[in-house]
Design a protein around this ligand. Structure first.
Ligand code: M6R
Length: 608
């Protein structure tokens, strides 16, 4: 989704802005632009399409400005075009604004400003911000910006410059991500820390309704009452970056292959095998409250929702809690009693997903204990929750989430064990889970060794237009996640279903052109899964199964099968998803799709 980068320092701004935009490309966008001030004149350059095109456009321009703002736009209001690309400006072209988020009351503000004589050029919601600042400006720009923000309804990360104010970049945050980078006599703002990786590791995470002013040799942060705030500077580690492909053709493939390490990082230092417990420093501050919790509601979106679905079964098997799971985008419509007995657990890779953020704010209002599982350090969801656990999986750049999903499943297991050991889970049960967990990285390595076999199978199946994925219990979410992976990167229609539901409808789709991917581990669901596979075979459906080496019956029944090592049932989804990630990857590759940046999708979905 939209990405923002701003610079204020002593170096020429344009190369830094372009470089920052390139680092934000993975978020997904359709147009790009930047503004700097040269000889007291606003210079704005925009393009539809890639940042490389914007770079070409800036190549011949003599501009030594040392401050500016830039943006990658993911269209919401108005189609992708140069006019609608950011920065957006006011009538005098003295004010330039870039924005991530949505101004919900923009139509009303636009009409009001038009009546006053303001002339609008774009269809964007963002343009009202520039005009409103112009309208509010008398003699103090900061006051004008504060007055403007007071009128805005919605979510926004904003970066603003004014051609009369040399070396000043104004940043505002409400609901959308924007962080400040502190260099030596130079300051940055960006949608995420990746954009700032080569420039600084010192970050300030703004909270909602905070306002920063960056100058070339100082910065300050205020609240909306115009009072100066003291904010902590966080230092990021090298591991929090690392954004090159390391020789892999795509980030997605690299991230799939990183899973032995990301799984290990999820439990490293967090397990005490000989006590059968997990040690989660992030939950310690709320441990007393956690012991009294009766119910947990998991909220998340997309792949993180699928992790939550597996989490529901894990929590049910390891704790005494009542567990509910809800899509974050639906949560706020429900009439739920959320009091101090209830914990709401938000799961999010980016920590900025607008639906999840809105849901967690709703839960906060009602007094629930707020917990988080977040990968991106310091992000909004990490800030707003009372306690939580970081994935420490490093950045995930491919739009299709892979290594974070398996990392989320590990952390859900650790969380459930953390709570379960205060309840009825015994030492030996805890010990068994942790021993199984420790074996996972090597088992994942074994699956990855089969890469070639999976590639061949993917090639065989890449010509089909529809797929059904089925599984039961822990692997019903695996079916949904496998199907999501295939559809988002290869644009092939795929449905993930609990296998038992097949006979209630979807089986009517099955024929020789509609293959089924069946997830059939050796566990309590095995015999029932075999029955479902028979039902499909009886209708000439092709079967590709994900199973275990010793599962002779299903191997015989399947047209093709991929074996994964066996682990305890609650952890089996971690192993079962890996061949499905590779299958989706190789099908998409065979079809020549833009795997890391699939059409219409964004990595960080910052609008509701
Ligand atoms: O950053 P989050 O985990 O909150 O993101 C949630 C979804 O947008 C995300 O998982 C999405 O479904 C991925 N593209 C799936 O691969």
């Amino acid at each position: 989704m939209c990405g923002i980068i701003s610079y204020c320092g002593k170096r020429p701004a344009i190369p830094i802005l372009i470089d920052g935009l390139k680092r934000l490309e993975y978020r997904g966008y359709d147009s790009a632009g930047l503004s700097t001030v040269d000889n007291n004149k606003m210079v704005t350059i925009k393009t539809v399409g890639k940042v490389a095109k914007l770079e070409n456009k800036t190549a011949g321009i003599q501009n030594s400005s040392t401050f500016g703002i830039a943006h990658t736009r993911w269209a919401t209001h108005g189609k992708p075009s140069e006019i609608n690309a950011h920065p957006q400006s006011d009538c005098t072209n003295k004010i330039s604004v870039v924005h991530n988020g949505i101004i919900e009351n923009y139509l009303e503000l636009r009409e009001e400003l038009q009546k006053k004589g303001h002339r609008f050029k774009s269809q964007t919601d963002t343009e009202v911000v520039a005009h409103l600042i112009e309208d509010n400006y008398e003699d103090d720009l900061e006051v004008a910006i504060l007055k403007t923000v007071e009128r805005l309804v919605g979510t926004f990360g904003l970066a603003i410059i004014h051609s009369d104010f040399d070396h000043r970049v104004f940043i505002v945050k409400r609901g959308s991500p924007i962080i400040i980078g502190i260099g030596d006599d130079e300051y940055f703002a960006a949608s995420d820390s990746n954009a700032l990786a080569p420039y600084t590791h010192k970050m300030i995470y703004l909270s909602d309704d905070e306002f920063a002013v960056l100058n070339s040799n100082k910065y300050y942060i205020k609240n909306m009452k115009n009072q100066i705030l003291e904010k902590k500077i966080e230092i990021l580690e090298e591991d929090d970056y690392q954004v090159d492909k390391k020789g892999f053709e795509h980030y997605m493939l690299k991230e799939i292959f990183e899973q032995p390490e990301s799984i290990k990082n999820a439990f490293r230092g967090r397990i005490i095998i000989n006590e059968g417990v997990s040690k989660l420093g992030g939950l310690e501050p709320v441990v007393d409250r956690l012991k009294d919790i009766k119910k947990m509601i998991i909220i998340s979106c997309g792949t993180s929702y699928h992790a939550g679905l597996v989490g529901r079964y894990i929590f049910e098997s390891l704790t005494e809690l009542d567990i509910e799971i809800e899509l974050a985008s639906e949560f706020r419509y429900r009439r739920l009693k959320l009091d101090e007995d209830v914990a709401v657990l938000a799961i999010s890779q980016s920590g900025e997903t607008a639906d999840t953020l809105a849901a967690i704010k709703e839960a906060k209002r009602k007094g629930a204990l707020l917990l988080g599982i977040v990968n991106a350090v310091g992000t909004s969801i990490a800030q707003i929750t009372d306690a939580g656990v970081y994935n420490h999986a490093g950045p995930e750049i491919g739009v299709a989430s892979t290594k974070i999903y398996t990392s989320q499943l590990v952390i859900l297991t650790l969380m459930a064990l953390f709570i379960g050991r205060y309840q009825s889970i015994s030492f030996s049960e805890g010990n068994e889970i942790l021993c199984a967990l420790k074996k996972l990285p090597d088992q994942v390595k074994d699956i990855l060794k089969n890469d070639n076999q999976i590639k061949k199978i993917a090639s065989k199946y890449s010509g089909y237009n529809d797929f059904l994925y089925i599984g039961r219990l822990y692997n019903y979410p695996t079916a949904m996640e496998g199907a999501l992976k295939l559809k988002e990167i290869s644009y092939i229609h795929a449905e993930g279903y609990p296998a038992g539901e097949m006979k209630h409808g979807p089986i009517s789709l099955i024929d020789e052109n509609f293959p089924t991917i069946a997830i059939v581990p050796i566990d309590s669901t095995y015999d029932k899964m075999i029955n479902n596979v028979h039902e499909i075979k009886a209708r000439n459906g092709k079967i590709l199964s994900i199973t275990n080496e010793k599962a002779e019956k299903i191997k015989k029944l399947s047209d093709d099968f991929i074996c994964v090592p066996q682990t305890i049932p609650i952890l089996q989804p971690i192993l079962n998803i890996i061949p499905l990630q590779l299958f989706a990857y190789y099908v998409a590759r065979e079809k020549g799709c833009d795997i890391d940046k699939p059409r219409n999708l964004a990595k960080s979905v910052t609008v509701e």
